[in-house]
Design a protein around this ligand. Structure first.
Ligand code: TXA
Ligand code: MG
Length: 342
């Protein structure tokens, strides 16, 4: 598959309009959001949705998120309720995706045959304008090849999707750096199934009935039926074997130091560790308590590690508090749930 991909700068108004027209007529457009870049297609067009799966190499039973320019549009596509509006009031536009029973207008190709649809209203200004100009709801998974980390800058997208999509809009670095929080809404019950840009604690502050799905921090086994089909797929795994190292802080550091001396390894560490480790193949994600910065740097660090040709990668476990839970979730998935306790 090779098509001519047009690269558009975020200040190019005419280019943005062309990309919006392309979306409306069945084209594929990569656009920035506050979480990660999305690979967009009209959510009303089953053929366009099929092209999204083909361009990413994504299994067709893993449903897409539908992006809207405003909350008022939601009731055209799904059965909304008070809980939905309450969450919208607090977190939309923004990095929260809400799953609700779908209406017929959304084709099965978008929801992989499920009777629910995932909706998100991004806060990123370019995403907002593009969707509004296109006048269609936009189905978009993260704009990476299946199996790669989600892209957080235009270079990542170009590396993965040049020649496979019609337009790529360069909107600079993504603010959050990892994907949206996904919740399923059933009456007043809100189940958090993927931790992301909105934290579990933030949801609990505004709503009484929030359940954290176990699969946000544990491995899915054969006996479990995940709420989200995405959970059962192997997530990004680095080329090198990756391990999460857990235990007492000093012991983790001496474990990492020793590995640096004896192995061709990469280290994902915190800013505070830097003076205690050698520079070779060491990437700092940010300060220990600064989960937001860790989230911003994580996927770029994964991609850099792949370029370094190391045999193994060792990383801290990350805190499960606040945005830490989303970082923890991506780390243990990338490590295939291999945790070394020291
Ligand atoms: O931040 C984000 O969420 C980014 C940007 C582009 O918005 N999108 C993104 O999409 O991460 P994707 O396709 O990579 O992840 C969507 C997740 C998948 O795990 C999928 O299985 C789940 O949401 N999902 C989508 N629709 C669903 C549904 N109706 N029921 C259950 N899970 C659903
Ligand atoms: Mg994805």
């Amino acid at each position: 598959m090779s098509i001519q991909t047009k690269l558009i700068k975020m200040t190019d108004e005419e280019g943005l309009l062309q990309a919006a027209n392309s979306l409306a007529s069945g084209g594929l457009v990569v656009f920035p959001t506050e979480t990660v870049y999305g690979l967009g297609a009209s959510a009303l067009d089953p053929f366009a949705a099929q092209k999204v799966y083909a361009a990413k190499g994504r299994p067709s039973d893993n449903p897409l998120i539908v992006h809207l320019s405003c909350i008022e549009e939601a009731e055209k596509y799904c059965f909304v309720n008070d809980t939905f509006y309450k969450l919208c009031e607090n977190f939309s536009p923004g990095p929260l995706t809400m799953i609700l029973p779908k209406k017929k207008i959304i084709p099965d190709e978008v929801t992989a045959g499920l009777d629910s649809v995932a909706l998100r209203i991004p806060s990123n200004a370019i995403a907002h304008r593009l969707i509004a100009l296109s006048k269609v709801p936009v189905a978009a998974p993260s704009a990476n090849l299946s199996g790669k980390p989600s892209p957080t800058c235009a270079k990542h997208v170009i590396d993965d999707l040049m020649g496979r999509v019609d337009y790529i809009i360069d909107g600079g670095d993504c603010e959050v750096g990892l994907e949206s929080t996904v919740v399923k809404i059933e009456d007043t019950k809100v189940t958090l199934i993927r931790p992301g840009g909105v934290t579990y604690e933030e949801l609990c502050e505004v709503h009484d009935f929030v359940v954290l799905d176990k699969l946000a921090y544990e491995q899915c086994n054969e006996n479990m039926v995940p709420i989200s089909p995405g959970v059962k797929y192997k997530h990004y795994a680095p080329k090198a074997k990756m391990y999460v190292v857990d235990g007492e802080y000093e012991r983790i550091l001496s474990f990492m130091r020793e590995k640096q001396q004896n192995e061709n390894c990469g280290i994902l560490c915190f800013e505070e560790d830097v003076p205690f480790l050698t520079e070779k193949n060491r990437i700092s994600l940010g300060s220990i308590q600064d989960h937001k910065t860790q989230a911003q740097h994580l996927f770029a660090a994964f991609r850099t590690m792949d370029d370094k040709n190391v045999d193994t990668i060792y990383t801290h476990a990350a805190s499960r508090e606040g945005m830490g839970l989303a970082v923890y979730n991506r780390l243990i998935k990338a490590a295939g749930f291999e945790i070394i306790n020291v």
